[in-house]
Design a protein around this ligand. Structure first.
Ligand code: CUK
Ligand code: CUA
Length: 638
């Protein structure tokens, strides 16, 4: 959000309300029985899970709706000392990339898996913007179980987006880049050497495993966001693009000279056929693919070196361009799949395109020209209509399943509700302030649950008790069950929320893994009982095979370790009960703790640099004797 162009957006619109200003007519007081609508009584559960991106914290957070309560920070792309994510030997490979270990990223968008365009909530996907990756989270464990890096990409903003049966996770590169083979080219050879790649990552329906199926080589635009077609438009994908001037510097207004950019429509079913027919060209690349093994409770990372690329200049019927007012940010498809909503964040209209009209125009070859050899459709012949004067800075649109769309207005800080058929604005409410994404439970699917809407705001200002220069970001919950939207609740978020998805808790709450059966633990370091605890030396490595069970560690006195040895603490939590993790932390170790789930084995590596006796203890209050759960490691001279 806080890119140059946003500032530009605010600046260009002289009449615009600057981001952060209170919209006119703002009521800061909420009315009616808002409190009772968000009150979830003690011991009761929320109706919806809301999986929220953490932006620059690299993680997802798990929030209940309507209460706004945070249940968990779910580590994805950033190390998480709290549970050893990225610190334990088993989890380190998950953060491996072709550049080596990358301990952080910037997660913008969430996608919850669907079947027949409805949430099934098997998995949550998230994107890493910086070092381009897609993660898959298993929602029976709330655990990141797979991360795949994307070659030929940079600034993986336009992802992850799912086809309606989760056949593919789709990603478009934000930065066009030279093909990913390390070529050293001048930046001003942009138009010749840079390309915008779109990635299609196949998802195995049984295991969920991802596989980079193919890429489409597109012109060097910047890809912003996308949506799959669904229901009647299943088989298509719609990407918003900007910088279709193909400028390599966005200083000045190079990238916003034209009054229209494009939505790139991709016939992915056709692309899939071409791949099956052997039309993909093998290209040398390098990317990491990291998979969590459920049996051994550990990740492995593999570097892969090839990708199949389709060239739409040759294969003329897979890519079409639809002109769209300046710098579209979001592209959203309505629940029926008929309407494609563009945004045009530098424009004051919301263009709504018709899938039926698009197909008819393609059929008649009714093109206004070509772009890099690919057909450009005529704006008027694909347009269903424009929502006029919706507000300023339209970004993202969600749907309620009752014929209405809700668009966030970044510059004028409001949510605008409009009728998809008639394009009439029927309601608007202020947000505090400068709203980015919106989330309605099921909102991007074919079956929205149009009860609540959450606005994720970019600027917080005065909404909470101030906390110095950095303020918590704010989310706001609205009741959208009636004709008029009603603000119910403000709640702070973890990191910077970009996109989020919400789904009925009933989909997964009875499917949660409570513990891991110890007899199925196939970690090579697992212990099946306390009698197996031991210490083994192998050269300069010392392997401590340790058990934890209420309320002791075995062994608890460890000697025979020397300065400079590599000490591996393989800790198995023998508990077979829900909600009994044990922690493991040792004085002076330059790493994090471990938090070991019942039935799981995790390994902490430490190379002591001095002699002495170092206490270790359990960090998670686990029983009345938790404080007694401790031990000593003696380190002797080399
Ligand atoms: S977003 Cu990533 S810059 Cu509108 Cu999806 Cu915030
Ligand atoms: Cu184990 Cu506290």
């Amino acid at each position: 959000m806080n890119t140059h162009k946003w500032l530009l957006a605010a600046g260009l619109m002289a009449a615009a309300i600057a981001p952060g200003c209170k919209p006119k007519g703002a009521q800061s007081a909420i009315t009616g029985d808002a409190a009772s609508k968000v009150y979830v009584a003690p011991g009761q559960h929320d109706e919806f899970y809301n999986i929220v991106s953490g932006g620059f914290n690299g993680q997802m957070s798990v929030v209940g709706l309507p209460s706004g309560r945070v249940f968990k920070i779910l580590p994805v792309f950033s190390v998480h000392p709290e549970n050893g994510w990225g610190f334990s030997e088993q989890t380190k490979p998950m953060l491996n990339t072709s550049h080596g270990f990358v301990p952080w990223d910037d997660l913008h968008h969430i996608a919850i898996s669907t079947t027949n365009a409805e949430h099934d909530a098997r998995w949550a996907f998230g994107n890493a913007n910086n070092t381009p990756r897609i993660a898959r989270v298993d929602l029976t464990q709330f655990k990141t179980v797979e991360i795949i890096e994307l070659p030929n990409s940079a600034g993986n903003h336009s992802s992850p987006f799912l086809t309606q049966n989760t056949e593919y996770v789709v990603a478009g590169t934000r930065f066009s880049v030279p093909a990913d083979n390390g070529q050293d080219v001048s930046i001003d050879s942009y138009k010749d050497n840079f390309k915008g790649y779109i990635s299609f990552i196949g998802v195995d329906q049984q295991t969920g495993h991802m596989d980079l199926s193919f890429q489409i080589e597109a012109p060097p635009f910047n890809f912003d966001l996308a949506r799959a077609g669904k229901n009647k438009s299943h088989g298509w994908f719609f990407f918003s693009t900007y910088n279709t001037e193909m400028a390599h510097t966005l200083l000045e207004v190079n990238a916003s000279q034209k009054d229209k950019d494009y939505i790139m429509a991709v016939n992915w079913k056709k692309a899939e056929e071409y791949i099956k027919a052997g039309k993909g060209v093998k290209k040398k690349v390098k990317y990491a693919h990291n998979v969590w093994n459920e049996d051994t409770h550990s990740a492995t990372s593999t570097i892969k070196e090839e990708v199949l690329v389709l060239d739409p200049k040759e294969l003329k019927d897979i890519v079409y361009f639809i002109p769209c007012p300046k710098s579209p940010h979001g592209t959203d498809t309505d629940p029926t799949g008929e309407y494609i909503v563009g945004s045009g964040k530098l424009a004051a209209v919301i263009p709504v395109f018709s899938f039926t009209k698009m197909l008819a125009a393609i059929e008649k070859q009714d093109f206004e020209g070509t772009l890099d050899g690919m057909p450009v459709l005529k704006y008027e012949s694909v347009l269903h209509g424009e929502v006029e004067k919706p507000g300023l800075g339209p970004l993202h649109t969600e749907f309620d399943g009752k014929g209405f769309a809700y668009t966030s207005m970044f510059v004028s800080s409001e949510v605008v509700k409009w009728n998809i058929e008639t394009l009439q604005v029927v309601d608007r409410v202020p947000t505090y302030y400068s709203v980015g994404h919106l989330s309605i439970p099921g909102g991007p699917t074919g079956k929205p649950h149009g009860k609540y809407l959450v606005a994720y705001n970019k600027i917080t200002k005065d909404r909470y008790l101030p906390t110095g220069p950095e303020l918590a970001h704010s989310a706001q919950l609205y009741d959208i069950s009636g004709d008029k939207m009603q603000l119910l609740l403000d709640f702070p978020t973890i990191g910077e929320p970009h996109y989020a998805e919400a789904f009925p808790a009933s989909l997964i709450k009875d499917k949660q893994v409570k513990f891991y059966p110890i007899e199925k633990n196939q970690s090579p370091y697992a212990l099946k009982g306390i009698n197996d605890a031991r210490v083994e030396r192998k050269g300069n490595q010392v392997h401590v095979y340790m058990t934890s069970i209420r309320s002791n560690f075995r062994p608890d006195n460890i000697e025979g370790v020397n300065v400079g040895d590599e000490v591996y603490f393989h800790v198995t939590n023998l508990e077979q009960d829900w909600d009994v993790p044990h922690g493991f932390a040792i004085k002076g170790a330059n790493t994090a703790e471990l938090l070991i789930m019942p039935g799981e084995t995790a390994t902490l590596k430490w190379v002591p640099d001095r002699t002495g006796v170092f206490p270790f203890y359990c960090t998670d209050f686990c029983s009345a004797l938790h404080q007694e759960m401790q031990g000593y490691l003696r380190v002797s001279p080399k």
